[in-house]
Ligand binder design. Structure first.
Ligand code: IVH
Length: 670
């Protein structure tokens, strides 16, 4: 094991490096390292602190992350300090906390025990029931104004039924395990760096200067505190949670109220066991004194209240040896390193593989083959290597190199500038084709059941598949002749292939596996152009003019359609009877303002024109500068001028902000 001195030294070293870069970034506006490099340092520090919490500096740089607002976000002073929570690391410490509360004058205190969400704390201000402002916790006194980003959260109402003059709430923004998995999958396919865990992904998604990016990331929130409520008093914490839920706010239903310490400990133990089945990550449980009026008597330190405590779950970390690093080839040709580990039991399962993401991560963490490594597994998230134990090196360890030749087909590999991944340069790499077909037949694409990897491999070996379009040329006798398939399975497979022909062109476009074109982009593109063929003739500018379609997608589409093989494939697919053209240009399900053009004029109540524009674009609408016959709506605030007259002359519908907002909120609730 590492000796404690060297761990502490490492922590101090990381802390001073982080402090230095923090200043360079925030105060001097002259960053010396990239955000990713900064995050890597910070992650290393946090991993150490998680593994050795007793050695962590209470004033560590990790406590201040995001503590100071990024210069680009406006700073917001919180009306009430957003305190942190004191920690308990054992049931005995929880009991000691309960005793302390009792000793301070609350007889047989009852507590609400909540999930401790592993996300980001935010404060939300509702004025007369309307969401007015949202801010990150920051240093507890001042945070960053993230109102535009918070407004993109689908689960959060913008208007509450109970229009209290002022209601300030606190909650946790998080990303579900499923949304995290998908986001990383998309990023991996796009050759982008991956987020290490759902918390980092949530943080990265929330602190985006462009709220349209936030809107594409599936973020959620749970509200757990009322910081201020004008004209409304609460006597119990469970009453608060109930009130919030009645207001349509997302409240985590997994909580429990009891005055019996044994029951409280049993509830904590229950979730310590069950938490991996929750759809989101938690890192502990929070005990809060149920009786609100008793809280004042207990008071708070400068950092945390004395009426609440966080019980932190032990970190799910273990130690094992990295036996080897295997490199696979994905459907875009990206090389994916995979850690092969000496099997070790962790978080209820036997772990023998872990993700290594990409070359940079292996280098940044200085992971070498043969190293003793600390691995981390949280719930059903794929295990990852936290760090190697450098002190335990024998000198036999080997530095990993990404192969210069594809491990599957031997072609050269290449890493493009600005990309995290290496790629096999052979478009027809069999491994790539295997993965392409697996993607093409998957549920969300062409949904062809029965064409699993074993069968695809046999078809490739038999020379029956050279391209994914060959799927539609397969004959009954080809399939029935495959070992272990038989007549019945062959018939079923052929009918699944046949049925796929009538699926939507958006599924087909997604199934083609064009780099960066995920499910959502495919829907947007087909919704916009109505025909996959048209993508071959549009310019990158026309593509990027569509909300949600960025440079990378545009460039990738243009590249795809300049490749003759891809055009041939589409022609073949069309000849086999697949539909490239959308039959009915029904309004897209994606955004309720899809296809609508807005012009904004005048001063809108409580929202800037820029924010309103973003919200319209997020919902699929367009915003143009001047009123014309192509305008669908004029969004008019106070002191609207000549545009109002022009709209009236052209017979264009005029709406106000509350009107539009209720359209947006209404559709969100569906
Ligand atoms: S209550 C004074 N409740 O944990 C009350 N916090 O380690 C303070 N957290 O900064 C917050 N789940 O970001 C509260 N159910 C929950 C929570 C929770 C997660 C976070 C919060 C806080 C941190 C302290």
């Amino acid at each position: 094991m590492d000796n404690q001195k060297s761990i502490q030294e490492q922590m101090q070293e990381l802390n001073s490096q982080l402090e230095h870069h923090n200043r360079a970034y925030h105060e001097l506006d002259a960053p010396e390292i990239s955000d990713a490099e900064y995050d890597a340092l910070l992650r290393r520090l946090k991993d150490l602190e998680e593994a050795y919490p007793h050695l962590a500096d209470p004033d560590s740089a990790s406590q201040r992350v995001g503590g100071q607002a990024l210069p680009q976000f406006a700073q917001v002073e919180h009306p009430v300090a957003l305190l942190s929570l004191d920690n308990a690391f054992s049931p005995a410490e929880v009991l000691a906390f309960i005793k302390r509360v009792e000793k301070n004058g609350t007889l047989q205190p009852a507590f609400v025990v909540e999930q401790k969400m592993d996300g980001l704390s935010v404060a939300l201000t509702y004025r007369r029931g309307r969401l007015e402002n949202a801010a990150t916790r920051g240093d507890g006194l001042t945070g960053e104004n993230i109102t535009a980003n918070i407004r993109t959260l689908a689960c959060l109402p913008h208007q509450l039924p109970d229009a209290l003059p002022l209601l300030v709430l606190r909650g946790e923004v998080y990303m579900s395990k499923e949304a995290f998995r998908r986001l990383n999958q998309e990023r991996e396919e796009a050759g982008e760096s991956l987020f290490a865990n759902p918390r980092n992904a949530a943080a990265g998604s929330l602190r985006q200067l462009d709220p349209t990016v936030t809107a594409q990331r599936k973020l959620d929130i749970f509200i757990y505190e009322v910081l201020l409520a004008e004209d409304r008093t609460f006597t119990r914490h469970s009453e608060i949670l109930q009130y919030l839920a009645e207001q349509g706010l997302p409240v985590n239903p997994e909580y429990f109220c009891s005055g019996d310490p044994e029951q409280i400990l049993a509830y904590i133990a229950l979730w310590e066991e069950k938490r991996q089945h929750l759809p989101y990550e938690t890192d502990g449980m929070v005990l809060k004194l149920e009786n609100i009026s008793s809280r004042a008597g207990l008071g708070a330190t400068s950092k945390f209240p004395r009426w609440a405590i966080a019980y932190k779950f032990p970190a799910e970390e273990g130690r094992t040896r990295l036996l080897d690093i295997q490199v696979g080839v994905g459907r875009t040709g990206a090389l994916t390193p995979l850690a092969l580990l000496e099997p070790v039991r962790l978080a209820g399962s036997l772990i023998s593989r872990a993700t290594l993401h990409n070359e940079d991560m292996i280098r940044d963490k200085d992971i070498r083959i043969g190293d003793q490594v600390i691995i981390h597994k949280a719930g059903d998230v794929i295990p990852e290597i936290v760090r190697p134990l450098i002190d335990l090196r024998t000198g036999e360890e080997q530095v990993f190199q990404m192969p210069k030749d594809c491990p599957e087909c031997g072609s050269r590999t290449r890493r493009e500038e600005g990309q995290a991944a290496w790629y096999c340069t052979n478009e027809n790499c069999p491994a790539r084709l295997m993965e392409q077909i697996a993607h093409f037949v998957s549920k969300k694409a062409m949904n062809i059941e029965g064409l699993g990897p074993a069968i695809v491999k046999m078809l490739l070996d038999a020379g029956l598949l050279y391209d994914l379009a060959d799927i539609y040329a397969l004959q009954h006798e080809d399939l029935a002749a495959l070992p272990g398939l038989g007549e019945k399975s062959a018939t079923n497979l052929l009918s699944a292939i046949e049925a796929s022909k009538s699926l939507s062109p958006a599924r087909l476009l997604f199934g083609l596996g064009i780099r960066h074109v995920g499910e959502r982009a495919a829907k947007t593109l087909v919704g916009h152009f109505g025909n996959i063929d048209l993508l071959g003739v549009v310019s990158p500018e026309e593509l990027t003019a569509i909300p949600e379609i960025g440079d990378k997608i545009a460039q990738s589409i243009v590249e795809y359609f300049t490749n003759e093989e891809n055009i041939q494939r589409l022609n073949r697919l069309q000849n086999y009877g697949l539909t490239l053209q959308e039959e009915l240009r029904a309004p897209s399900q994606e955004g309720q303002l899809q296809g609508k053009t807005f012009v904004i004029t005048g001063t809108l109540p409580g929202i800037s024109r820029e924010e309103a524009k973003k919200m319209i674009e997020v919902a699929g609408g367009k915003v143009s500068g001047s009123v014309s016959k192509n305008t669908d709506y004029l969004l008019a605030g106070e002191k609207a001028g000549s545009k109002l007259e022009k709209a009236a002359a052209l017979g264009i519908e005029v709406i106000d902000w509350p009107g539009l907002e209720s359209v947006l909120a209404g559709a969100n609730e569906e």
